[in-house]
Design a binder for this molecule. Structure first.
Ligand code: ZN
Length: 325
């Protein structure tokens, strides 16, 4: 890995090339010097130490996500284990919403998982895989140089994460985020069933999950498509209850899968199978080039479909739009 490496692949904005290089260098320092626990973007002074099995899981995640980088035309690289933080809910950084169970940070280029959700290896692995995929997606920043009373500053904000794009006028608006999350979770699903389920690291969890399934057969919403295992979970009293742990972004995945089905059935002469259509979306998430998705949508449906679809930020609205295609 080169000295200047960072997961940020591009810096845009009306700055000189020299100033952009400063941003790249800053990001590279963030990525390389991560072993201090503390970093500029969140305080992880009280993170929990990782077990040897958790370190093995992170290694497995690097191997599997590197296969994807290679498949979709990118240079493989590892996310250092120090960049996966396990933090209990009392010490969850205040910068982050308390309802989320895991996050990735574009600037600090790290991921964090709530310790309560790292208590078993299956859930830990699935959450870290999801966040590592975000970090290995196409990432870009928008930077600008401003002069204030106390001097000149370079400010930056997220511009691209995978296929999602921040509106340059209104930074709070993010296009294609729902489809991007669906791609990540669909890849997570493939990882859980095709790789993790076959790995001895999660043997105990799977055994206990299968026993719970037998014991509570008809309980709750246990379907293999969305829930990958059952575990005993502490609830409001001292007792533990069986809980199905599922993949995230269910509606977003429904939308993406229905879009893929429609594209595949209209283009069977161009694709061997529906996975090849999924590949068009996944490739764009890694290499950042969304034009192939745009061309495919506009050719399959009407001209302008892609632009319309990317501007729908609300997921239910997007579902209605895709259903009507
Ligand atoms: Zn995500």
């Amino acid at each position: 890995m080169s000295e200047k490496f960072s997961t940020i692949r591009q810096v845009i904005g009306s700055m000189s090339e020299d100033d952009k290089r400063l941003v790249v260098e800053h990001m590279s320092n963030q990525f390389i010097h991560q072993d201090e626990g503390k970093n500029e973007y969140a305080d992880f002074g009280v993170e929990r130490e990782k077990t040897p099995e958790e370190l093995q899981i992170i290694e497995l995640i690097n191997i599997e996500t590197n296969k994807l980088l290679d498949k979709y035309g990118r240079q493989p690289f590892d996310i250092p284990t120090q960049k996966v933080h396990i933090v209990d809910k009392e010490h969850w950084p205040k910068e982050y919403n308390h309802d989320v169970v895991s996050v990735f940070n574009l600037y600090g280029q790290f991921t964090a998982v709530k310790a309560e959700h790292a208590s078993d290896r299956l859930e830990f692995a699935s959450l870290v895989y999801h966040e590592v995929l975000h970090l290995k997606s196409h990432l870009a920043l928008e930077a600008e140089k401003t002069t204030e009373e106390d001097g000149t500053h370079i400010k930056f904000r997220g511009y691209r994460a995978g296929i999602s794009i921040h509106d340059r006028q209104d930074g709070s608006k993010v296009f294609l985020r729902n489809i991007n999350e669906a791609i990540v979770e669909e890849l997570d699903k493939r990882f859980v069933y095709d790789v993790l389920y076959k790995n001895d690291l999660v043997k105990d969890e799977l055994l206990s999950s299968n026993n719970l399934k037998k014991e509570y057969g008809g309980w709750g919403k246990i379907d293999d498509d969305n829930n990958y295992f059952i575990k005993k979970y502490p609830l409001y009293d001292d007792k533990t209850y069986p809980k199905a742990i599922g993949f995230g972004y269910e509606t977003e995945r429904l939308v993406l899968n229905s879009l893929i089905d429609k594209i595949y059935s209209a283009n069977q002469d161009k694709f061997q199978n529906r996975e090849e259509v999924f590949d068009v979306f996944a490739k764009a998430m890694f290499d950042g080039n969304i034009l192939p998705i745009g061309r495919l949508l506009d050719k399959t449906f009407d001209d302008g479909t892609f632009t319309k679809l990317s501007h729908i930020t609300e997921t239910q609205e997007l579902k209605i739009f895709v259903d009507a295609l």
